[in-house]
Design a protein around this ligand. Structure first.
Ligand code: VGL
Ligand code: ZN
Length: 208
């Protein structure tokens, strides 16, 4: 049961973009299934943030930008290990666009992330160096938000990093797991759920 306070709660719709959905460059299994429940959730909040993975073509997280590197392999970056992905969500391309059925008009903030070529940004709050803020925490605090409800794509990467950073920043956090779908690379989904339990991230199945 998700009781929503329209003043102090914000809904974060994470990366509901074509490249993470069917036919996309980094399609998440059953990714399109998040669109309907995410849309329904968006209608119930005043503070609705839609995030958009938004990479330059020369982004360091793309396997294609590292000679001989395979997608889904790991590379040591100055800020730690980085999974190398198929080229996805390149700024201005159709793949970076929101899913055509996503209720973007209900978003009151659109936040683009991952726009610096040298560092990835799974989280809506910090880039993967865990030090460079996106500014979202300040925006939410200035609007009086104390709790974030998180859903979208992918459960074990952008949703999880967003939820864990929000906890670290002092927000209450709830993930609506039925409105998320996972990549599940080398056990990443189980690891994410373990980290949520440790950090005090609440999980509900649906927004009902
Ligand atoms: C994501 C991998 C790379 C996500 C974004 O939205 O979860 N995953 N870029
Ligand atoms: Zn990305």
């Amino acid at each position: 049961m998700l009781r929503i306070d329209r003043d102090r709660d914000a809904f974060l719709a994470i990366d509901v973009q074509n490249d993470f959905c069917a036919g996309g460059a980094l399609a998440v299994a059953d990714g399109d299934a998040v669109v309907a429940p995410v849309n329904a959730l968006m209608a119930r909040f005043t503070h609705v943030v839609a995030t958009q993975d938004w990479h330059p073509a020369d982004h360091a997280s793309f396997a294609a930008n590292h000679a001989g590197a395979a997608p889904f392999s790991t590379l040591a970056m100055p800020y730690g290990p980085q999974t190398l992905w198929p080229t996805h969500c390149v700024q201005g391309t159709p793949g970076a666009g929101f899913h055509p059925s996503f209720a973007l008009d209900r978003a009151t903030v659109i936040l683009r992330k991952g726009f610096r070529a040298e560092v990835d940004s799974y989280s809506a709050f910090y880039e993967n160096d865990k030090a460079t803020p996106t500014g979202l925490a300040g925006l939410l605090r200035e609007r009086g938000v104390e709790r974030v409800i998180v859903a979208g794509l992918a459960t074990d990467f952008c949703v999880s990093f967003t939820a864990l950073d929000a906890r670290r920043l002092g927000f209450e956090v709830c993930v609506v797991i039925g409105a998320c779908r996972a990549i599940d690379l080398n056990g990443s989904l189980g690891a994410a759920r373990g980290a949520w339990a440790q950090a005090g991230v609440a999980v509900v199945e649906s927004g009902a």
